[in-house]
Design a protein around this ligand. Sequence first.
Ligand SMILES: [Zn+2]
Length: 389
Amino acid sequence: MSKPTIEDEHINFADGNLVILAGPGADIPGRGRRDGPVHSFRCHQSVLARRSEPFQQMFGMPGSVPDEYLDGIPAVTLPDDWQDVRDLLRLLYDYLEIPRRHRDARTLETMAGPLRLAKKYMMTDIWTTLSQIFEDDWPMDLDHWYQAEDITAANVKAAHDHADTMMGSEKWQTWDINNHVPDPALAARLALELHIPHALRSAFYDLNRVFYASPFLEYDAFRRTEARRVVHPALDPPAFAALVGGRERLRARTAAYLRALPDRLVRASTPRGYALPWQSCHGMRWSIMGWGDARESWPCEPQIRAWAARVAEKLRMGGSEREGVPSFCVDPLAHLRRLQEKLTSAATPAKEVEGMCVPCRWWVAEILRMDAQRLWDDLPALFELPPGC
Ligand SMILES: [Zn+2]
């Protein structure tokens, strides 16, 4: 061996009949080429062959000649990054545990290497299991995205509470929300690299919300412990352009949505399965007997308009988190969900919804739900994501 070799601390079995060698030379998107020693993993041909047809063929072919021998054991050099090889082998030999908790911040980092190699070496069962975990953490439908948001919030709160008890006043020197939330840049990059389109929609939506910091800047300069940031190397140029363009389009669209909201709520076509709002409106039942042109005398219409105008104004001004952009334009889905909850909750005083009757409150909530769904459905177009997202 010309290059120094480091034996892995776990994958180094005395009875192993194969040595896998891997260096840092592999070109991993976002990781760059690095120098460094070759790592060796003494393992078993059968363990690899059982999972992967390419390996099966590599070992099974009569007369297949290994690259070299190390202490009399056949050695094969893989062109892959040694960290990926290490993580895959550790997974195969149960030294690597993929976090089982939904939306765990460590999950993606742990399974990135095994996922990459499982795809390359056709390890179907590993690929199926891991890509399913990936897609569950970055769902493609809105209800699951809301669930993922709730789980993330609960994870952060649990970590926060824990930090509170453990560290007291020093907490603010060690607490960082980014250690407890999955990194959407890593998710987006991996989903693009490995063609897992299902994960892209939520990853790009989440990325749009995250303050975008360069990994090369001084860490302390960005130490805003409650602010999320991207800690992994940036997306490649096309994906970055899609993100920036998508953010602009999303903001234009949400701003226009707020302007149109009062008219939208009273003119929206009736959702399937719902009675016409001016027929179910409580005010209506008590006020007239014959319907006539009922829409013209919908009792709650002024209340709905007043409520929508007040909400739109508040959202236009509200929560200018960064760059003076209202938080509604950054995360419209969260705001629309909150409004729905408020409208349909019995605990919300009538005064807060301008005295709308209960059926009209539910009707407005349903319109907002449909609008959120439509926005979610349009995300792939807004962010110019590849087909299948
Ligand atoms: Zn009403």
